[in-house]
Design a protein around this ligand. Structure first.
Ligand SMILES: C[S@@+](CC[C@H](N)C(=O)[O-])C[C@H]1O[C@@H](n2cnc3c(N)ncnc32)[C@H](O)[C@@H]1O
Ligand SMILES: Nc1nc2[nH]cc(C(=O)O)c2c(=O)[nH]1
Ligand code: SF4
Ligand SMILES: [Mg+2]
Length: 219
């Protein structure tokens, strides 16, 4: 190494402005920073284009691009953002700049070192995703009441499994719990009826950006 430490770089698929379509921040104008790469392969994944490619960017260049969009909410997603260790420094730098920062993560990587100012949205992968064996249950101990535990569901088996997880781990006492249908693979109306029938303490979610714009990339 020379005298000056190498600038930290992250591999980035895209940075774009949109309406937050998921989570408890739904509806806010938000800058999305989508990190490249994911060690999971959920069968329903709507972002497979983020698995490879991307562009190396310095932390400084990312912060500049975020700032240029001029809004106060930032969502760090992917791919699996925590698969790049430098993501932790990006999250802290965004918080230091005063943004309201959320993180979308698969729940398969350790969240214990995520800056406590970040709102973490942690997926618990359902059986139909094919990746439920990757869920890191030790993450549950690191969630704050303002964080969210998310189930993305396709079919009654996923639903029954999610209800079981909810009760077994008393999830509603740890964070807000979100139930969201896999786009086109789960009837939202059926999901709503199941939740009401069981009077579950969960928030149902539809992906607002897909209602607005379909499956367009960078939205
Ligand atoms: C693309 S992932 C990126 C962050 C992280 N890898 C994860 O899985 O949470 C963001 C969110 O989109 C959800 N998602 C992906 N494909 C979807 C689909 N077809 N329908 C509904 N939600 C989907 C994921 O379950 C996750 O909650
Ligand atoms: N509008 C919009 N909102 C989102 N919230 C989470 C997203 C994601 O891909 O993680 C996402 C996305 O891709 N678009
Ligand atoms: S963890 Fe997220 S990005 Fe990775 S395959 Fe699953 S939904 Fe897609
Ligand atoms: Mg998305």
């Amino acid at each position: 190494m020379g005298e000056v430490a190498a600038a930290q770089e992250l591999r980035i698929t895209e940075i774009f402005l949109s309406i937050q379509g998921e989570s408890a921040s739904v509806g806010w104008p938000t800058v999305f920073v989508r990190l490249t790469g994911c060690p999971l392969r959920c069968v329903y994944c709507d972002t497979t284009y983020s698995f490879t490619g991307g562009e190396l960017m310095t932390l400084e260049a990312i912060l500049d691009q975020v700032e240029a969009h001029g809004v106060s909410h930032v969502c760090v997603t992917g791919g699996e953002p925590l698969a790049q260790p430098e993501c932790l420094d990006l999250l802290t730098a965004l918080c230091d700049q005063g943004y309201q920062v959320s993180l979308e993560t698969s729940g398969a990587l350790d969240i214990s070192r995520v800056d406590p100012r970040v709102m973490t949205v942690m997926d618990l992968k359902t059986p139909s995703s094919g990746e439920a064996h990757r869920n890191l249950l030790s993450n549950l101990a690191h969630l704050k009441p303002t964080d969210q535990i998310k189930f993305v569901l396709a079919g009654r088996e996923d639903y029954d499994w999610a209800v079981d997880q909810l009760r077994q781990h008393d999830l509603a006492s740890k964070a807000q719990v979100l139930f969201s249908p896999v786009f086109k693979d789960q009837s939202p109306a059926d999901l709503a009826e199941w939740i009401l029938h069981d009077k579950l303490p969960v928030r149902m979610q539809l992906q607002l950006h897909k209602l607005l714009w379909g499956e367009a990339r960078g939205r």
